[in-house]
Design a protein around this ligand. Structure first.
Ligand code: MN
Ligand code: MN
Length: 507
């Protein structure tokens, strides 16, 4: 028997819209609100028929394209198998890789769950079909991100944190997991498509997956560059589910969508500023930096993503006036880069210091960096030069924010004051790094109230012994050979030999 030859155009539209009215069960049983989240939005069911995919891919085309992408990425990997990776990439770039693999790989696996939920519970059949490709995408990402660094493990056990990091209670892992669970796993279809597909993927993954691909290529790490580029092309496709949902939503009910955007944008900002910021501005060798984190943020997030928000019929987040480079936005990456260095025993990578060349680059790209941050690095460099490196290690912990789980702002450089925001809920005091983090918590106390920070766990007796050593053990059972150390303190001599005059330590 031969099948009649029907052109793609003739069957595609019919095949993708296969919505029907269930007769054996109620629609509410088939698509419960707990999974769809539709009870939060005032949109008639029929409106979802207008959900319009932009990529219009068939399964055959999907498989062909994905197969080609995988083949070329793995070919580059095997071509470079004798290239001496990862050692010859230098300690700074190795940090970029280790932080990426530790924080991203298992997040890809969590994203499979989100896409699977869309594939089953999204209110339109074309959406459900596109989400199946999305789930296959995320399975592929989880696999390729485990496969690529695997051969590095025997050379450098910190690469084992690709699989390990998100299973630990390391503070970076807790913060990353808190974001991923909130956006990917602990949300219904509606909130997750806005938080994950729209805010996270249409917006922020560009920072790590486009910006770092450019830096990787300049660094000569073609393997990493190719890997994250093939991932980004998938993200760009399945991220469109979020735009398509917002197209329907903006006709009927925008209020909750606006809330989810405002919340997700801020949560993504904090984590990406901590991961991508130091990678771009501190660890990528100066001569291989394509752009600063600030320049990339301005182009991709402030301009392009804001435009997406407006196209979707929504407003810029309410805190936009606070979200300026002269405020938290300009400080956080530098604070966390310094924090990673200082609390390096808690890292699964090897935080490096800032060389004289790096310092010039930072002052050029962040005018005023010298005044605000140079003195802290001066202080650390001086300790190293005096052979007193032990005193550059932490003796205590910092306060962490009860929403984003990341460190509180450092004291104001002028007044030396720390002003955390706080509230008391059911007798417990909660602290926040910023107004948006406090606002997010206040909107969903039941979601956040039992999420304790490492500091909370120290104070409530969960961490034993209640010492810094106990905390290191608790956070990750970091074996000594996996614990972050400065691989080369000669950066501190470099500072002495520049024109910059170290200022006296001010503590
Ligand atoms: Mn992915
Ligand atoms: Mn994705």
């Amino acid at each position: 028997m031969t099948l009649p030859k029907v052109t793609r155009e003739d069957w595609y539209e019919v095949a993708k819209k296969t919505n029907w009215d269930p007769t054996y069960v109620d629609r509410e049983e088939m698509f419960p609100d707990t999974q769809t989240g539709l009870d939060q939005y005032d949109i008639p069911w029929e409106a979802w028929e207008d959900w319009e995919e932009t990529y219009k891919q068939t399964y055959r085309e999907y498989v062909e394209t994905q197969r080609e992408k995988d083949s070329s990425a793995y070919a580059i990997k095997s071509g470079l198998s004798k290239a001496g990776l990862p050692h010859n990439l230098g300690p700074g770039w190795n940090n970029v890789l280790k932080l990426h693999f530790g924080s991203a790989t298992l997040a890809e696996v969590a994203a499979v769950t989100a896409e699977d939920r869309f594939a089953r519970f999204a209110p339109d059949s074309a959406w459900r079909q596109m989400a199946q490709f999305g789930a296959l995408d995320e399975i592929r990402h989880g696999e390729i991100e485990r496969a690529f660094p695997h051969e590095f493990v025997k050379e450098d056990p910190q690469y084992d944190w690709t699989l390990k990091a998100l299973h630990t209670d390391n503070w970076v892992s807790v913060a990353a997991r808190s974001l991923f669970d909130d956006l990917f796993v602990a949300e219904d279809v509606m909130d997750s498509t806005i938080g994950l597909n729209f805010a996270f993927e249409t917006g922020f993954t560009n920072l790590q997956f486009l910006a770092m691909a450019a830096d990787a290529e300049k660094r000569g790490d073609y393997q990493f560059s190719e890997m994250i580029s093939t991932i980004q092309t998938d993200e760009a496709r399945h991220a469109q589910q979020g735009n398509a949902a917002l197209e329907v939503l903006k006709e009927y009910d925008k209020e909750r969508a606006q809330y989810i955007i405002d919340k997700s944008f801020w949560r993504c900002w904090r984590v990406f500023a901590a991961v991508t910021g130091p990678s771009m501005d501190y660890w990528t060798p100066v001569e291989h930096r394509e752009m600063s984190f600030k320049e990339f943020m301005d182009e991709w997030i402030v301009d392009q993503f804001l435009q997406n928000i407006e196209t979707a019929g929504l407003e810029k987040p309410w805190y936009w006036d606070q979200f300026k480079w002269e405020n938290e936005k300009g400080h956080f990456t530098h604070e966390i880069a310094l924090g990673f260095y200082f609390w390096r025993p808690t890292a699964w990578f090897a935080p490096t210091g800032v060389t004289g060349e790096g310092r010039e680059w930072l002052e050029e790209h962040y005018p005023g960096w010298e005044d605000k941050w140079g003195k802290h690095w001066d202080h650390l460099a001086e300790r190293h030069r005096e052979g007193d490196g032990e005193t550059t290690l932490p003796q205590s912990l910092v306060m962490l924010c009860n929403t984003c789980q990341l460190p509180m702002p450092m004291p104001d450089p002028e007044t030396n004051e720390v002003r955390p925001r706080s509230l008391t809920h059911e007798g417990d005091k909660k602290y926040f790094c910023s107004d948006p983090c406090q606002w997010i918590w206040e909107n969903e106390p039941d979601r956040f109230k039992d999420q304790t920070t490492i500091m909370d766990r120290l104070l409530d007796g969960t961490i034993q012994p209640a010492t810094l050593g106990g905390v290191l053990l608790y956070m990750d059972n970091l074996e000594n050979h996996e614990r972050g150390k400065d691989p080369d303190t000669s950066w501190a001599d470099d500072w002495a030999s520049t024109d910059y005059q170290p200022t006296p330590a001010d503590d």
